[in-house]
Design a protein around this ligand. Sequence first.
Ligand SMILES: Cc1cc2nc3c(=O)[nH]c(=O)nc-3n(C[C@H](O)[C@H](O)[C@H](O)COP(=O)(O)OP(=O)(O)OC[C@H]3O[C@@H](n4cnc5c(N)ncnc54)[C@H](O)[C@@H]3O)c2cc1C
Length: 269
Amino acid sequence: MKQVVSPVISNDEIMPGGYLMWLDCPQIASVAVPGQFVMVLCRRRDGDVPLLRRPLSVHRVNGGRLALLYAVVGQGTQWLAERKTGDGIDILGPLGNNFTINVDSKKLLLVAGGMGIAPTVALADYAIDRGYITTLLIGCGSASYMYPAGQLDRAVSVGLNVVVATEDGSMGRKGMVTAALADLSPAADQIYACGPLPMYRAISGDIDMLGGKPTQVCLEQMMGCGWGVCYGCTVETENGLQKVCQDGPVFDIKDVLWNSVVDPVVGRI
Ligand SMILES: Cc1cc2nc3c(=O)[nH]c(=O)nc-3n(C[C@H](O)[C@H](O)[C@H](O)COP(=O)(O)OP(=O)(O)OC[C@H]3O[C@@H](n4cnc5c(N)ncnc54)[C@H](O)[C@@H]3O)c2cc1C
């Protein structure tokens, strides 16, 4: 884990309220792996709010550059959205565990709901570059909120299969991402899902949807420190209490006791 102040290379709104920030950060980019995250200080070092760093997933790495993809939802992410090229961002990472691929898996299905696309693209890049047959299923409310296809051009050119679903049918398949998941899971050896808590609850409550395939999820919880000190992100699992920041954020979907998990978006179970 390193703490570095990294210059912003670019910071663009690539979908409504969704920003892609590239940082020059070889110290973290060189060691980060898909599923990990960084804790970002979303204020000037001499400022006082927001006090706590904010967790953001590793979205992409390219040489010494690290990309974050974030939705503006509050004070911290709003501050981040206002940063310009050359500004320094204080980040701590990489943190947490990572996605794992079983030795006998060849065909991977990656499922991203909403901003769950952030960690999923890192895994898609990683998997396709190592020769896995990889399908990326992206779901969102409507076409105007879809992750821009151009961001995936390179991965598609080397074999990534992209399937999109929108709830209003304005792009790709009409309906929830979970319906498309049920159709695609039989062909996969392993599944990875990233999205909001209701998506995980829907999947975990309908095991047929996964076709019995091993499934990892990337869990979000409010967290104070990001490296195991404050216990603020603890969740109940089959293996006892676990810290999302240190034991996660990647968990086997079967291990999490979903009814006990607090939804960070609404702040209740
Ligand atoms: C391991 C991890 C990785 C994450 N990766 C990403 C990412 O790559 N991209 C991204 O956009 N977001 C990601 N998040 C969520 C992100 O950390 C929050 O959206 C962010 O902390 C909000 O900060 P804020 O100061 O802007 O909002 P705040 O003022 O702190 O909160 C405003 C509202 O945002 C929502 N919120 C706050 N924290 C979370 C949270 N942890 N998860 C979901 N909603 C939250 C709540 O509704 C809250 O009321 C991740 C969270 C975790 C735990």
